[in-house]
Design a protein around this ligand. Structure first.
Ligand code: C5P
Length: 225
């Protein structure tokens, strides 16, 4: 049995990819399986938190006791998070949100027109959900502790530190190693203002429990001030 280190906390987690429609039958997405975010939601619930999970399109079962809101696109994920965030005390952004979406989703299926020319695709940038939440005024976000993720192919520590500062979050978690997508194991690098902590390769649920313990430790430290 896990110690209830998050009792009384309300944890909001994003997980999975987003799906950005091109037309009614096509879209762009990525290889995020959602497993890490779902594991974090499960671990937070085990730790006594009230957990809401905003999930992109994934093939995963909802962890027991967790409230789940399903979304497809980054804009929908953004709206769902903004609707939930005011009651949250912890926000963990584990989703692999698409950076861009097609500027205009076609109302009808795009057809080959015989010219041999593919249809032009223009993109616009999606809102950065984590940076938006972290930048909300105190009055709206209250005492919200924000945790971001980084998946990088190289220079993870430097990127994670830079990303922590850029997003304005106290804790940034880097996925160590290439292509953790879809796998059950991972390794993590936690970067905060003071220290870097490494969690060696382990099942994602083990890492999620370790991460939850680290978040709880930091919440206690913040309250002690
Ligand atoms: O900038 P990058 O996508 O690498 O940042 C990753 C972190 O930011 C993750 O925590 C991810 O969930 C979050 N993010 C977000 N909204 C976006 C892009 C990333 O919340 N549009």
């Amino acid at each position: 049995l896990q110690p209830k280190v998050l009792a009384g906390q309300r944890v909001l987690v994003t997980a999975g990819p987003t799906f950005e429609a091109i037309d009614p039958v096509r879209g762009i997405t990525n290889h995020s399986s959602g497993k890490m975010g779902f594991a974090i939601a499960r671990a937070a619930h085990e730790a006594g938190a009230d957990v809401t999970l905003v999930a992109g399109p994934v093939a995963l079962r909802t962890p027991r006791g967790v409230r789940r809101v399903d979304v497809q696109s980054a804009l929908q994920m953004h709206a769902a998070v903004m609707a939930e965030v005011e009651r949250a005390t912890v926000f963990v952004a584990a989703a692999a949100v698409a950076d861009w979406r097609p500027a205009q989703a076609a109302a009808h299926k795009l057809k080959k027109d015989g010219s041999g020319q593919p249809p032009p695709l223009a993109f616009v940038e999606n809102p950065d959900i984590l940076a938006t939440v972290a930048g909300l005024p105190r009055a709206r976000r209250g005492e919200l502790y924000c945790v971001g993720f980084a998946a990088e192919s190289h220079d993870l520590l430097a990127h994670a530190q830079a990303k922590r500062a850029r997003k304005g979050v106290p804790l940034l978690v880097g996925n160590i190693g290439p292509a953790t997508f879809g796998r059950d194991d991972n390794a993590l690098l936690l970067v905060d203002e003071h220290e870097v902590v490494e969690f060696p390769p382990a099942p994602k649920i083990t890492l999620a429990r370790q991460l939850v313990a680290e978040i709880a430790r930091r919440l206690r430290a913040e309250h002690a001030h």
